[in-house]
Design a protein around this ligand. Structure first.
Ligand code: AMP
Ligand code: ZN
Length: 465
């Protein structure tokens, strides 16, 4: 059974769904005002891995990932700045709807290229305004919210559990309350906006009982998660920066309305860094998948790179590490193609020990570095039968999602087989100059040869790659 680290309890726990065999999962989705950066993808990969691990264990997973197309402010921590969507619309001279449409399509394309399994639903915030208004009205009725000039705030002091997820309890927040000038409209400086009055000239707004306005980012996820998955959700994922205030506030809103715990397990991924800083648009140190591919890298090499670290360790991105992952991915695919081609004859023991260790690592809080080490052990163990190795790695790949069988069934161009055989003979005769010439000849045919302990394997290079 899969265990994960629950941010709420700060402990590693078995992920036991409320309904055995069926898991509901809410994944905090992208704000569609720009191309996703690969840091975002690292967090989405965590959700994908969780889901694949649960599915490999036989569970049926209903995953919902929201699309934030309104109300995410530039400075969310202090609940101020402009709406990110509107900033992009202005900068790109497009309507907010065009921005949302373009970057939603780009996100879905990136997700597919990164082998993220599609969610069962992608609710858009702008399609759930009535549900948000309904939640706000209920919070107001119950005394958890108050209105000031068309703005509605959540009163954190009305929710005793505030701070349980992040550790930012009201006492701590009070102690840490800095020189920041408090917003005079708020009763407590940690109160946060549920609904904001539309200022003059604001493009995207909706009518509400309190005048025209737009939702706060946190109420969006409460409304969409309750609307799509109901009042009990097994697991909710996000990046570490989502813990506070976003998820802390989501818990306060949802639980104040339904009067019980909604999400059982919260799983947060640590950040992807560049040069020791969080990869982010505001810092300008971000990379999109498009930028990686335009530099000749494949998206799945980045996926492998991320799998080499556990989700709850920070990871520093470097081009060297990406190049290394690319080489490993190429080699694994070539090995898989070689095992698939191997004649039936060479038999050997089945890799049952590898299998056991691999799944134990996955179930142990998604320990992908250990799982990959097992895969490399299997790759190095020449005593195993090729067909069994192939089948075993194909099963591993259901969780890894690296398309490791991508080169299976490819056929060599005419003449290449003879050149590979001649090169093998040249190497055996230690005529390395001839072997290198033959390698170059093969390269002009688009064939790349890799030497392994059990002989050469090859792969076809796509033109220009
Ligand atoms: P956004 O599109 O800004 O709403 O972010 C989408 C997701 O990416 C959120 O769950 C964030 O927690 C996550 N995220 C943002 N920056 C990083 C980063 N550098 N590394 C990992 N995850 C990140
Ligand atoms: Zn969210």
């Amino acid at each position: 059974m899969l265990s994960v680290t629950n941010t709420l309890t700060r402990a590693k726990e078995p992920l036991r769904p409320r309904t055995p065999g069926r898991v509901t999962m809410y994944t905090c989705g992208p704000t569609v005002y720009r191309y996703a950066h690969i840091g975002n993808l690292r967090t989405f990969l965590l959700a994908d891995l969780l889901r694949r691990a649960l599915e490999a264990g036989g569970a049926e997973v209903r995953q919902v990932q929201n699309i934030t197309d309104v109300g995410h402010m530039v400075d969310e921590e202090f609940d101020r700045g402009e709406d990110r969507m509107l900033v992009s619309a202005r900068l790109e001279d497009k309507s907010p709807a065009e921005i949302a449409e373009h970057y939603t399509a780009a996100f879905l394309a990136d997700a597919a290229a990164f082998n993220l399994q599609p969610a069962a639903a992608y609710p858009r915030a702008s399609d759930h305004i009535p549900q948000m208004l309904e939640l706000v009205a209920r919070l107001l009725e119950r005394g958890n919210a108050y209105e000031v000039d068309g703005n509605l705030y959540f009163a954190v002091e009305s929710f005793p559990g505030y701070g349980r997820l992040s550790g930012n309890t009201l006492e701590r927040l009070r102690a840490g309350h800095r020189q920041e000038a408090p917003d005079p409209r708020k009763r407590h400086h940690a109160d946060f906006a549920l609904w904001k009055a539309a200022g003059p000239g604001r493009l995207v707004k909706w009518p509400s009982p309190w005048g025209e306005g737009y939702p706060g980012w946190h109420i969006e996820c409460s409304a969409m998660s309750l609307a799509t998955l109901g009042e009990h959700i097994d697991v909710h994922t996000g990046g570490e920066d989502n813990v506070f205030p976003h998820h802390e506030d989501e818990i306060a809103q949802s639980e104040a309305v339904v009067d019980h715990q909604v999400v059982t397990t919260w799983v947060h991924g640590r950040h992807l860094l560049t040069g020791d800083f969080k990869m982010s648009k505001s810092r300008g140190n971000f990379l999109s998948l498009r930028e990686l591919t335009s530099q000749g890298h494949s998206p799945l090499a980045a996926r492998l790179l991320f799998l080499q670290a556990r989700y709850r360790s920070p990871l520093n991105f470097t081009w060297d590490a990406l190049t290394g992952a690319e080489r490993t991915l190429d080699r694994l695919r070539a090995r898989m193609a070689g095992w698939a081609r191997a004649p039936e004859a060479p038999q050997g023991p089945a890799p049952t020990g590898h299998e056991r260790r691999f799944w134990a690592a996955v179930d142990d809080d998604l320990d992908t570095p250990t799982a990959l080490a097992v895969l490399h052990d299997l790759e190095a163990d020449e005593s195993l039968a090729p067909a069994a190795r192939f089948a075993c790695v194909q099963a591993f790949d259901r969780v890894l999602g690296l398309d490791l069988a991508a080169q299976v069934g490819q056929t060599l161009p005419a003449g290449a087989e003879d050149l590979i055989a001649a090169r093998t003979r040249a190497r055996a005769a230690r005529d390395f100059a001839a072997a290198d010439r033959l390698r170059d000849q093969l390269a002009t045919l688009g064939v790349e040869v890799t030497d392994t302990p059990s002989g050469p394997t090859w792969r076809l290079r796509s033109p220009g790659a």
